[in-house]
Design a protein around this ligand. Structure first.
Ligand SMILES: C[S@@+](CC[C@H](N)C(=O)[O-])C[C@H]1O[C@@H](n2cnc3c(N)ncnc32)[C@H](O)[C@@H]1O
Length: 200
C-alpha cells in the first residue's frame, strides 16, 4: 500500500478539501463515553493521528494533559491555531506515530484512538498495536472507537472487523468493555465499535 504512509498523501487531501472524515468537533461516541462513565484515570493522554485536534482539545477540557500527534503539516498547524484560539492547552507534535516509542515509551496513562487505525496501511496494524502498547504505562487504558467496522476492502478508511481487532490487540491488551456506541456522526452509525482495553 503506497501513499498512506507518506504525510504528503494526507497533506494533499487536506489541501484539496478532500478531508471527508472531518467532523468539526469531537466524535459523539467519545463525548457520550466521557459523560456516562467515571473519568478514566491518569493525567497524560496521547491522541495519535489527531488531525485538527478536536478530540485532543475535548480531552484537555476533561482535565487531561494531552499530546496530539500527526505527521501531516496542515492539520498540525490548524490544530495549534484552533487550540490557541480556544484557550486550550494541548501539545501538538508533527511526527510519525510509528516513531513515537523512541521518546514516549511508557509515558502515557491513556490513549484515545479514532480514525487513526483506519488510516494506516493495514499491513502495519501489528506494528501499530505494538506502538500503542509501548506508549502506555502498564495498566494504562486504551479507549478507541474503531471505524469503519465491517467487511470491506480498499481504503482509506481501511475497514476491520471486531474479530480482527480483538485478535490484533490480544494478548497485549485486556478488553474491559466493547460495544456499539448509541450515537455516531452522520453516516457512521452501525459501523463504529467502542472499546476500552487495559494495557497488559
Ligand atoms: C482520517 S484522518 C483522521 C484525523 C482525526 N483523527 C479526525 O478524526 O479528524 C487520519 C489522520 O492520521 C494522520 N496519519 C496517518 N498516518 C499517520 C502516521 N503514520 N503518523 C502520524 N499521523 C498519521 C493523517 O495525517 C490524518 O491527519
Amino acid at each position: 500500500m503506497t501513499g498512506v504512509s507518506d504525510p504528503a498523501f494526507w497533506d494533499g487531501l487536506y489541501a484539496g478539501r478532500s478531508d471527508r472524515w472531518e467532523l468539526g468537533g469531537p466524535p459523539p461516541p467519545l463525548v457520550a463515553y466521557m459523560a456516562s462513565r467515571p473519568r478514566p484515570p491518569g493525567a497524560d493522554v496521547a491522541v495519535p493521528g489527531c488531525g485538527r485536534g478536536h478530540d485532543a482539545r475535548f480531552l484537555a477540557r476533561q482535565g487531561y494533559r494531552v499530546r496530539g500527534f500527526d505527521f501531516a503539516d496542515a492539520p498540525i498547524r490548524e490544530a495549534r491555531t484552533l487550540a490557541a484560539g480556544a484557550g486550550v492547552d494541548v501539545l501538538f507534535e508533527q511526527r510519525d506515530v510509528f516513531g513515537l516509542a523512541a521518546d514516549y515509551r511508557g509515558f502515557f496513562d491513556g490513549l484515545w484512538e479514532y480514525t487513526s487505525f483506519c488510516a494506516i496501511d493495514p499491513t502495519r496494524r501489528p506494528e501499530y498495536v505494538d506502538v500503542v502498547h509501548a506508549l502506555l504505562k502498564p495498566g494504562g487504558w486504551l479507549l478507541a472507537c474503531f471505524f469503519p467496522v465491517r467487511e470491506a476492502s480498499g481504503g482509506p478508511p481501511f475497514s476491520a472487523t471486531a474479530a480482527e481487532i480483538r485478535r490484533l490487540f490480544s494478548p497485549s491488551f485486556a478488553f474491559v468493555e466493547a460495544f456499539a456506541p448509541e450515537t455516531s456522526a452522520p453516516g457512521r452509525a452501525g459501523i463504529e465499535w467502542m472499546v476500552r482495553a487495559r494495557r497488559e
